[in-house]
Design a protein around this ligand. Structure first.
Ligand code: GN1
Ligand code: MG
Length: 362
């Protein structure tokens, strides 16, 4: 079925054209233009059914969360709510997604927004506050949201997947050239952190975003964050996921796919304002155990992502799109280099967070 035919299955105005939009590693995204308008009016997405096995559940989570967010924003007297929350468009049958026999599709209202502002400490403060605000507004969400990807940020399972991928690779005569001792390092660091990471299950479950990064934020003309987008992974989990995964991408002095991974450093000038913004919103919401574990998430996410990239490399690059065969290995090395530099700053990171959060470790 052609994209335009798919878009017509939804309650939308007369469509003029559908144009692809390049972004994300997971879904395919298109802009939908309607007759007589120069600006796109909708966003059409093909949902990656390999990654997201239960599309009905995923769409149900997005539907609940976006409704809760707009209700809260209305109660707080916010203006411009149409730009502050994503809105799903229903199909003509009243569903939140359409299945064409092969693929799953959804449509959202296009949110007019400005370009992402230049990266600056101020921007990271705003990003931290936006994530904190998102979690705070959802902190009274009445029901638990089921996982769209079970065990998504479960480090124990990710390390087991890595172990299994190595065993399979050995059986398949995989060429381990260039891998070096990365697996050994990952298992070593995991062992060192395991006691603290096992405590994560003591944290309360809250509705979180689970894919926090600047590119998943839309900005207004003044450079303020309008909303978080890419709500595929919204589910109940631990706040450490949103906080830690943001820093994993944003505080890397290089890009996660940069081949010059030996130069990767953890940028404290991103970490500090981001943490200030986040805690400004969440300090009074977080429980002591969440405050205690927050800094461990700075270590956890590069470790987990390195393991995930390496697993995919051994599995033959079936999960992440790659531009060349060794890209997942390069990404894994990049994340490991980041982890190593975080370890260099560990004391400073812990002190900074505990200080701002008003947490005293005994
Ligand atoms: C994937 O496609 P993107 O960039 O939104 C992945 C994240 C990883 C990220 C690494 C559902 O997100 O968990 O951190 O790649 N999303 C999923 O670049 O697996
Ligand atoms: Mg994503």
């Amino acid at each position: 079925m052609k994209n335009i035919e798919i878009a017509k299955q939804f309650k939308v105005e007369v469509i003029a054209k559908v144009k692809p939009l390049r972004s994300g590693l997971i879904n395919d995204t298109y802009l939908v233009y309607t007759k007589g308008k120069d600006e796109p009016q909708y966003v059409l997405q093909r949902i990656n059914n390999y990654v997201f096995k239960d599309v009905a559940l995923l769409q149900n989570n997005i539907n609940k969360v976006t409704k809760h967010l707009s209700k809260k924003l209305k109660e707080q007297g916010e203006t411009d709510i149409e730009r502050k929350v994503i809105k799903l468009v229903q199909t003509k049958e009243g569903k939140t997604y359409y299945q064409d026999g092969e693929n799953y599709w959804r449509i959202m209202v296009y949110i007019p927004h400005a370009e992402q502002p230049m990266l600056s400490p101020e921007l990271y403060r705003k990003a931290g506050a936006a994530i904190g605000r998102f979690e705070r507004l959802l902190s009274d969400h009445p029901t638990k949201l089921k996982p769209t990807i079970p065990h998504f940020h479960d480090i124990k399972m990710r390390m087991n997947q890595l172990k299994k991928s190595i065993e399979d690779a050995i059986c398949n005569y995989f060429d381990f050239k260039g891998v070096g001792d990365i697996p050994e390092f990952l298992f070593l660091y995991y062992g060192q952190l395991k006691k603290e990471l096992d405590k994560f299950k003591k944290m309360p479950l809250r509705v979180c975003h689970f894919d926090t990064k600047i590119s998943n934020m839309l900005f207004d003309e003044e450079g303020n964050v309008l909303c978080l987008i890419d709500l595929d992974t919204v589910m109940s989990g631990h706040i450490t996921s949103d906080y830690g995964d943001f820093l994993r991408t944003a505080a890397n002095t290089l890009n996660e796919k940069d081949r010059a991974y030996k130069k990767v450093k953890f940028n404290m000038e991103v970490f500090k304002p981001f943490t200030e913004g986040y805690l400004q919103e969440m300090k009074d919401v977080l429980t002591p155990v969440e405050k205690e574990l927050l800094p461990y998430s700075v270590l956890l996410f590069p470790l987990m992502q390195s393991a995930r990239f390496l697993t995919d490399y051994f599995n033959g690059n079936v999960y992440y799109h790659v531009d060349y065969p060794k890209q997942n290995l390069v990404r894994a090395k990049n994340q490991l280099a980041l982890l190593e530099d975080i370890i260099n700053h560990e004391e400073e990171i812990f002190d900074f967070i505990y200080n701002l959060a008003g947490y005293e470790k005994d």
